[in-house]
Write a protein that binds this ligand. Structure first.
Ligand SMILES: [Zn+2]
Ligand SMILES: [Zn+2]
Length: 307
């Protein structure tokens, strides 16, 4: 299968000269099992360009079928959906998978289409849309691909996905804080400076980490949130993002074959991203890692297994 990166940025789109090489669009990755419809992970602003290209395939005459796996509904992961052109063609079928919430998923997604935020309500989309609630740890099939999931450590909770197809696997693990200092959900529970988290919470974190390591077991490609430098993490640990060293640690524990740095901070320039990539490669080598380290940029294409 082929994995294509359409948006690699966290938080907010950042077009401009300093971000041209890596790209300024927010989170969106296309996973394309051989001969199968696209499985899109996250609908940040990167999904707009992907949608335009899909119109040149069967989506142009209303015969397309796409699945969109949403990690969580923060803006940088859903904001591109109203601009996804295949939704405006009758006959297309779009399945949206996201974590089950108290509110019905369709209502969550339709809110950003409502006036005065957007002129076209979700109910006016011509394509057939179906919303599927995903419970943490759920697994299901999309065509010939097998999808599995795990809970992440992020405000309001995010979900990591693994797609297995064509004898290979890709794991998308964004957004998450490390599994050491605090638990993030509706509220966050911080490790007190003078002590440690209560045992039950430490166990919960350990369980979350184990779930992610199991999800990424022997993955051919592990895409991981590395928004923060160590200094930034110290200032905003409750924002729910990791550092390159956290990604290395998880990739080593899981035996992943390739690690891809992802969800770059909005203020990170291309040169700063280059430096982080070089530093992470050196750190991975020093730690005895066997995997290759790459950094996501718009237009990056990675083939794993048969393509
Ligand atoms: Zn994000
Ligand atoms: Zn988020």
């Amino acid at each position: 299968m082929v994995i294509r990166f359409w948006g690699v940025r966290g938080s907010i789109p950042v077009p401009g000269r300093a971000t041209n090489r890596y790209g300024g669009n927010t989170s969106c990755v296309e996973v394309r099992p051989k001969g199968e419809p696209p499985i899109i992970i996250d609908a940040g602003t990167g999904i707009r360009k992907l949608g335009k290209l899909l119109l040149e395939e069967s989506f142009g005459d209303g015969r397309g079928k796409a699945s969109i796996l949403i990690s969580h509904t923060h803006w940088d992961h859903v904001q591109g959906l109203p601009f996804f052109s295949p939704l405006y063609r009758a006959g297309n079928e779009v399945h949206v998978f996201a974590r089950e919430r108290d509110v019905h998923l369709e209502a969550v997604f339709s809110q950003q289409h409502d006036a005065p935020y957007f002129p076209v309500p979700l109910s006016a989309m011509h394509a057939t849309m179906q919303f599927h609630g995903v419970s943490e740890g759920a697994s299901f099939d999309i065509g010939r691909a097998k999808v599995t999931s795990a809970r992440l450590n992020h405000p309001s909770v995010a979900i990591a996905y693994r797609v297995d197809a064509d004898g290979a696997s890709v794991v998308y693990c964004s957004d998450t804080a490390p599994f050491s200092d605090m638990i993030l959900a509706h509220e966050f529970v911080e490790r007190p400076p003078s002590g440690i988290l209560p045992l039950a919470l430490l166990e919960e974190l350990a369980e979350m980490r184990a779930g992610v390591v199991a999800l990424a077991k022997n993955a051919d490609l592990l895409i991981y949130d590395t928004q923060f430098t160590p200094e930034e993490y110290k200032k905003q640990p409750h924002w729910g993002h990791s550092r390159p060293d956290d990604a290395i640690e998880i990739a080593m524990a899981a035996g992943a074959k390739r690690l891809c740095l992802y969800h770059h901070a909005p203020m990170r320039s291309d040169d700063a991203n280059d430096a982080i990539l070089a530093g992470t490669r050196a750190a991975a080598q020093a730690a005895g890692a066997r995997f290759e380290v790459m950094s996501a940029y718009e237009g990056l294409e990675v083939t794993v297994g048969d393509a």
